[in-house]
Design a protein around this ligand. Structure first.
Ligand code: SUG
Length: 443
């Protein structure tokens, strides 16, 4: 088939863990990040696991691109916070006086590209452009450091008159990107329904969480809907009980692909009326109902969903194949109850899932990042794809180059205290220089 402006497909823009991947316990409300704080990490293993995921999905016929890791440490905040002297002295002082700040400057969290931006594909938007808003990630200090660099990199990557890249939202409304966004459609190139899921709204009378702070604001979701000029959209309120159980992003509890909606019965506040509203609106647009797969608490509890990351599986529609593939974390296979549940739904002809592939991403998983967190889905057509920076498009050659870079230069093991050793800092700098050589992008 000739691919042109009428043929739309999904491209996964995956992040790669950088050479400073650590377990620093930086993300409150993210249970994995909290319980693994202080463990020795393996940046090399983390990056190789992500690279193998990209390659496996690519081999299934899905287009893949790679977003390189941001250079670390990010030293900009140090002078703002009053640290004095050479950069080396400032970093050393931060390490001793404020270890969390130090860890934040080194965090490799931009690997989770599902939080990089929100995407509205061109069939959904009033002006027919692919619209991208970079997430401001204001809730957590270490994640907020990503947003301007991501904006810079995305403007270089998506430099096209057919694409608009909007800056991170200013003001105080936190936005965590595509991890709180669902798009439903009959096929990728048809106009869809975009659903924005938020955890709090300062202008709304809504029940509050009791344990953890919600991350996505309704104000940010509303702003993006307006900015992108989305033809059909809805907002939905996360269930506070779910956030308190560790559902810090919606992609930990519900996911979708095309017209298939896979969600837990405790995903949303007033779950059944929210689902009904989404399905009715979808029917108004397409004349068809969604295929709904609701997981009941008695089948998989909220806590089991959070600990297995079942809903953070990627759902993939391989080219020329009718069924969809559930690309699940290995943790789901090890968890007998979840594995059996997956076997049951794969065998059930009432939903489009026809195969499961389990994947080992345990370095990222220990920071609360499953398969879906590591990729940003961008629905686009060939004309748009031809316009973007081609150095990031994944193929066998890029796979070999990245594998060599990681194997030859990444630390096998890393603890926070290693980052004040000059030889480790040199090794890390070299990794970023090599990424810049490969991607020709200033990191
Ligand atoms: O923001 N973890 C990330 C995980 C992001 C997962 N993304 C999606 N669900 N889409 C976060 O909580 C932990 C880093 C540390 O503790 O060192 C962290 O930032």
């Amino acid at each position: 088939m000739v691919e042109n402006s009428h043929t739309f497909f999904e491209v996964n823009f995956d992040g790669i863990p950088g050479p400073t991947h650590l377990f620093s316990g930086l993300a409150k409300g993210n249970i994995a990040s909290q319980i693994n704080e202080g463990k020795i990490s393996s940046p090399k293993k983390a990056a190789l696991q992500s690279l193998e995921k990209i390659n496996t999905v690519f081999k299934l016929g899905i287009k893949q691109a790679v977003i390189p890791p941001h250079r670390r440490p990010n030293t900009t905040p140090l002078s703002v916070y009053g640290f004095k002297g050479s950069i080396e002295d400032q970093l050393k002082e931060a390490y001793f006086s404020d270890p969390k700040l130090f860890a934040g400057l080194y965090s490799s969290s931009n690997m989770w590209t599902a939080n990089a931006a929100t995407i509205s594909p061109s069939p959904d938007t009033e002006n027919g452009k692919l619209q991208i808003t970079i997430a401001n990630l204001k809730t957590n200090f270490h994640r907020s450091l990503e947003s301007f660099k991501t904006y810079d990199i995305f403007r270089k990557i998506f430099s096209s008159t057919k694409i608009s890249v909007h800056s991170p939202l200013p003001g105080l409304s936190p936005d965590e990107g595509a991890a709180n966004h669902l798009r439903f459609c009959e096929d990728y190139g048809e106009t869809g329904l975009e659903v924005f899921i938020f955890g709090f709204g300062s202008r709304e009378e809504l029940p509050r969480t009791k344990v953890f702070k919600p991350r996505q604001s309704k104000e940010a979701s509303d702003d993006i809907i307006k900015k992108h000029g989305i033809k059909h959209s809805l907002t939905a309120f996360q269930k506070p009980e779910a956030i308190d159980a560790g559902v810090f992003h919606n992609d930990v509890i519900s996911t979708a692909n095309k017209n298939f909606f896979f969600y837990h019965e405790k995903s949303f506040f007033n779950n059944s009326s929210t689902i009904k509203k989404i399905d009715e609106k979808y029917k108004e647009i397409t004349g068809k109902n969604l295929i709904l797969l609701e997981v009941k608490e008695m089948e998989v509890s909220l806590n089991e969903a959070v600990s297995s990351y079942l809903f953070n599986s990627q759902i993939i529609s391989p080219k020329d194949q009718a069924g969809m593939i559930l690309f699940a974390p290995k943790e789901c296979e090890k968890f007998e109850k979840i594995r059996k549940y997956i076997e049951k739904i794969i065998a059930d002809p009432k939903n489009p899932l026809s195969q499961v592939i389990y994947f080992d991403l345990n370095e990222s998983m220990q920071n609360g990042g499953g398969p879906a967190c590591l990729r940003l889905r961008v629905v686009m057509n060939q004309d748009q794809l031809n316009d973007i920076n081609q150095s990031i498009l994944f193929d066998d050659k890029l796979y070999e180059k990245l594998k060599k870079l990681i194997n030859e230069n990444y630390p096998d093991q890393l603890k926070i205290e290693d980052l004040i050793k000059p030889e480790v800092v040199t090794q890390i700098n070299l990794c970023f220089d090599k990424y810049e050589e490969i991607f020709k992008i200033n990191l």
